[in-house]
Design a protein around this ligand. Structure first.
Ligand code: 13P
Length: 248
């Protein structure tokens, strides 16, 4: 049985004042029945870990370098994230693939580094609108999945996030059958590569998840939770999404 997970990706949003939103969440959900994760800007990780001490809410990074240390100005390593108290790291988000031209091979190396540091990697994959309209969705997702997951991946140390690029921050959401099709495809692909363990990977949907659409998305087979951007910034929005997953 896969434990459901709802993760917030704060992206480049968040200063110390925003820690109050997390405290509102831990107060509202003192003993959550689903896994909760927030990935704030790296500057807030240690403080968020302190602010949520004694609660199951986990804190994660949004990227890591493939090397454990060295001359890489501005980058953050997986052991550094772990040292700050992070337990997870988002890797291969489409914004990193676009803004920093990250390739599947780089994402795979980062995931391996995350595993070496004891972090759970949330590996993001998803097609662009052009690719979907050209009928390439499953081919693109399959290529990204194969290329971005290292052989060290297991259902315990890796979470897949299916995030159609065209659904991120746009208010556009695939139809439920479209989500179901891709999640089933990912599930089958994981079984081929990882055997029985493939059934234990959590597969999250991400892209314009809101309180208004969360429940129906969580009802789709093989959707084990969500990776939420904008609606994770405020407890008033993220709380109902957590509640919807708890009820699913
Ligand atoms: P939005 O929920 O803002 O569409 O962002 C999704 C996302 O990119 C999460 O990683």
């Amino acid at each position: 049985m896969r434990r459901k997970l709802v993760a917030g990706n704060w992206k480049m949003n968040g200063t110390r004042a925003d820690l109050a939103e997390v405290q509102a969440l831990t107060t509202a959900f003192p003993a959550p029945t689903v896994d909760l994760l927030i990935c704030p800007p790296a500057t807030l990780i240690a403080q968020m870990v302190t602010a949520t001490q004694g609660h199951t809410l986990a804190v994660g990074g949004q990227d890591c370098h493939a090397n454990p240390k060295g001359a890489h100005t501005g980058d953050i390593s997986a052991p550094e994230l772990a040292d700050a108290g992070a337990s997870h790291v988002i890797l291969g988000h489409s914004e990193r693939r676009t803004d920093h031209a990250e390739t599947d091979a780089q994402v795979r190396a980062k995931a391996q580094a995350a595993h070496s540091a004891g972090l759970i990697a949330l590996v993001c994959i998803g097609e662009t609108l052009e690719q979907r309209e050209a009928g390439q969705t499953l081919a693109v997702v399959g290529t990204q999945l194969a290329g971005s997951l290292p052989d060290t991946a297991t259902g315990a140390n890796t979470v897949i996030a299916y995030e159609p690029v065209w659904a991120i921050g746009t208010g556009l959401v695939p139809t439920l059958p479209q989500i179901a099709e891709v999640h089933a495809f990912i599930r089958a692909d994981l079984a081929i590569r990882f055997g029985a363990d493939g059934a234990t990977f959590r597969i999250l949907y991400g892209g314009s998840v809101k309180p208004s659409n969360a429940a129906e998305i969580f009802g789709v087979p093989d959707v084990d939770g969500a990776l939420v951007g904008g609606a994770s910034l405020k407890a008033a929005d993220f709380g109902p999404i957590i509640a919807a997953l708890s009820a699913a």
